[in-house]
Each structure stands twice: as structure tokens, then as C-alpha cells.
Ligand binder design. Structure first.
Ligand code: CP
Ligand code: NVA
Length: 309
């Protein structure tokens, strides 16, 4: 694993599997009440330009469980890039903490932050990518199906940061990845081209959610308007209406299909209450796994995975 974790495309397949296995071990230790203070005395700075429930809480609690300390720096604290340059923030924070997690608007900003930071930087979501989320998602699928073989994932909705990170994962782990997105809302073309070039998975873009969902083992969706796109929300509701995950769509998927959503969800928009609150939904297992997988990522980045405690 390199110095930072900004994108799943930075990892190779073995590194992805190592993180998932370590996350499973750490999860078991936590569930059994076994001490696993692998990061005792270490400090995490969490920089947020956007709101968060899961990312903030899972990183903060995760660092505490690992014996370290996490400090929350909200949108009004550092005002990264406004009050001070991104590089100066990175250089300063690196003198105090051992690892940085940042949730920023521009992906180029997190690249700049990581470039100037002397300590590892973890991407807690940018407009382009949400890698920690998709690592938690694939851990959840791995646990539920007990295998990552012969997997078909269908992503329905906006070609956003979550969709882009699924494509990055499909460039490393073999799967069938079907993405049903309206015209004009496609995933990032460079990420898609690189994943197709990698030739690891069958990745297809559909305009018809039904055609994309046949025999899917996972039906995945996300909000129609991401953080920062609030002004487009009404227009997007019209465009995305045919892309709702509802019982009719679930009916064309595999009969054991898992329903996933990174949350927060808008019931009645991208997914019906019946489906997200139904028996096939695993959205809260998925949310929980943010904790376990991010603990594994921090332990790996800080080289504490081999440590005997
Ligand atoms: N899924 C996710 O990242 O949630 P938050 O925006 O609440 O952190
Ligand atoms: N695509 C969403 C994900 C939220 C976790 C957003 O960026 O707002």
C-alpha cells in the first residue's frame, strides 16, 4: 500500500483483499471485546468541507477503538484553501498528527493536500470518489455471500463519486458491473476508460434500469443530488424518476439480491421505503462496515498490521 488512500485504483487486488481480511479480524476482535489498540498514541485529523454522519462517526470511533485520538475539524474551522492555502494546512497539520482524513469538494484539492502532507491522507469523499464507502460495501458483500466470485453488481442512478469508486473497484476485482444512468449523468469518462482498459470486469452502461438489473446479486443506489448539487435537486428529480429502486426492479434481479445504499437515503426518491426497509436490505450492515474497513485502512497505512500487542 502506498503512502495515501485517495482512490481504490491505487491498490492492487492483493492489497484490497488484505484490507478486507484485516477488517474482518478487527471486527471480530471488537465484537468479542478483545483489545486491539494498534494505533495507541496516534492522532487522526478529520477535515470536513461537507456534512457527514457515517464518515465522521466511524473514523472518530474507529480511532478511539484503536487506542488513538481523532479530532474533528468542520467546515468553519480550517476553511482550507480560503483562510490558508491547502499546502500550508497540509504542512502544518503534518507536524501535529499521524494521519489525515479529508472530505473535500474538489478531488484535485485532496491530491494537493496529500502531496504536501508528510503523513498519510485518506479520502473521506470528494466530488469524484468515495473509496472508503466502496471498500465497506465490498466487505459487506463478501460477508453476506461468503465469496467474491461470480458477482453481478447493478448500480442505479447518478454517475457520481460512489459510481466512480465502484468502477475503480471493478478495475481490480473481477465482477459484472452494470450501471443504469440517465444520459448526461454518466460516470467519469477517464475512470470508465481506465477500468475497461484494465479488462478485469465486464462493465456496461445502460439507459434502462430493468435491462441492467437482470440477475443482479446487488442492487445499489445513491441520492440523485449529491452534496453541493442542491440547486439541481428539482431538475434531477424529473430526470431520475424512472431510475427509482422499487419492488418492480427488485423483481428482475436475482431472488436473493442484496439491496445497498451508501446513505443518507431519500425514501420515495431514489429508493422506496418498502425496498430500503425490506428483508433484502443490508444498508445498516453496510454503514457499520465503514467502521471496520476504515480501521483496517488506518492500521495498514500506519504500518501497524504486523504489530504484536
Ligand atoms: N455514506 C456516507 O459517507 O455517509 P455520511 O455522508 O453521513 O458520512
Ligand atoms: N453521492 C453522495 C454520497 C454521500 C455519502 C454525495 O456525494 O453527497
Amino acid at each position: 500500500m502506498g503512502k495515501n488512500f485517495l482512490a481504490i485504483s491505487e491498490l492492487n487486488r492483493a492489497e484490497i483483499v488484505e484490507i478486507l481480511d484485516l477488517a474482518k479480524d478487527l471486527k471480530q476482535m471488537q465484537k468479542q471485546g478483545e483489545a486491539h489498540a494498534r494505533l495507541a498514541g496516534k492522532t487522526l485529523a478529520m477535515i470536513f468541507q461537507k456534512p457527514s454522519t457515517r464518515t465522521r462517526i466511524s473514523f472518530e470511533v474507529g480511532m478511539f477503538q484503536l487506542g488513538g485520538y481523532a479530532l474533528y475539524l468542520g467546515p468553519n474551522d480550517i476553511q482550507i484553501g480560503q483562510r490558508e492555502s491547502i499546502a500550508d494546512v497540509a504542512r502544518t497539520i503534518s507536524r501535529y498528527v499521524d494521519v489525515i482524513m479529508a472530505r473535500l469538494f474538489g478531488h484535485e484539492d485532496i491530491i494537493e493536500l496529500a502531496g504536501a502532507a508528510a503523513v498519510p491522507v485518506i479520502n473521506g469523499l470528494t466530488d469524484l470518489l468515495h473509496p472508503c464507502q466502496i471498500m465497506a460495501d465490498i466487505l459487506t458483500v463478501y460477508e453476506k455471500r461468503e465469496s467474491l466470485d461470480d458477482l453481478k453488481v447493478t448500480y442505479i442512478g447518478d454517475g457520481n463519486n460512489v459510481a466512480n469508486s465502484w468502477i475503480n473497484l471493478a478495475a481490480r476485482l473481477p465482477m459484472t458491473l452494470a450501471l443504469a444512468v440517465p444520459e448526461g449523468y454518466d460516470p467519469d469518462p477517464e475512470i470508465l476508460a481506465a477500468a475497461k482498459e484494465a479488462n478485469i470486469s465486464d462493465i456496461q452502461i445502460y439507459r434502462d434500469p430493468v435491462a441492467a438489473s437482470h440477475n443482479a446479486h446487488v442492487l445499489y443506489t445513491d441520492v440523485w443530488a449529491s452534496m453541493g448539487q442542491e440547486a439541481e435537486a428539482e431538475e434531477r428529480k424529473k430526470v431520475f424518476r424512472p431510475f427509482q429502486v422499487n419492488t418492480e426492479l427488485v423483481a428482475v434481479a436475482d431472488s436473493h439480491c442484496l439491496i445497498m445504499h451508501c446513505l443518507p437515503a431519500h425514501r420515495g426518491e431514489e429508493i422506496t421505503a418498502e425496498v430500503i426497509d425490506g428483508p433484502q436490505s443490508i444498508v445498516f450492515d453496510e454503514a457499520e462496515n465503514r467502521l471496520h474497513v476504515q480501521k483496517a485502512i488506518m492500521v495498514k497505512l500506519l504500518g501497524a498490521d504486523k504489530q504484536v500487542i
